[in-house]
Write a protein that binds this ligand. Structure first.
Ligand code: NI
Length: 139
């Protein structure tokens, strides 16, 4: 556990006002906690831009399981990348549609490539990546 330090910096009035509006809109009562969360998000975004960093994320896939061969191809891709997949869950959303959420950990570039290889399969209606962190750079 690290100690806290106090920083002082200057913002122009427009930017300060927009940040204050957002702090209130998000329901933060503590300005420092609001700024800490904003800075953490900035650091996590940066970690995803450095391809060799180990990061954590989720890939959400929505697909039509009637598409010939799709289920098998999605399983095969995940087996090919088993070292990057921590867990996955599958929900039968309706008669035709499946939702799968895959929790992934690895380098930013490997995870982006994995998400792309899942997304480009025919029958995948939507794929999105949620980018998060192992937490290491935030302590
Ligand atoms: Ni299903």
């Amino acid at each position: 556990m690290h100690g806290m330090i106090r920083l002082s910096f200057t913002l122009d009035e427009g930017l300060a006002g927009r940040l204050e509006d957002l702090r209130q809109h998000r329901g933060y009562r503590n300005r420092s906690e609001f700024l800490r969360d904003a800075l953490r998000d900035f650091l996590v975004k940066h970690s995803w831009q450095t391809s060799s960093n180990t990061v954590v994320g989720t890939v959400t896939l929505v697909y039509d399981h009637h598409t010939p061969g799709l289920t098998e191809r999605l399983v095969q891709i995940q087996h090919d990348h088993h070292g990057k997949i921590l867990a996955s869950t599958h929900v039968h959303l309706d008669h035709d549609t499946c939702v799968e959420v895959i929790i992934v950990k690895g380098t930013a570039s490997d995870l982006a490539a994995l998400a792309n290889s899942l997304q480009r399969e025919r029958g995948v209606l939507h794929a999105s990546m949620c980018t998060s962190t192992t937490g290491g750079e935030l302590r």
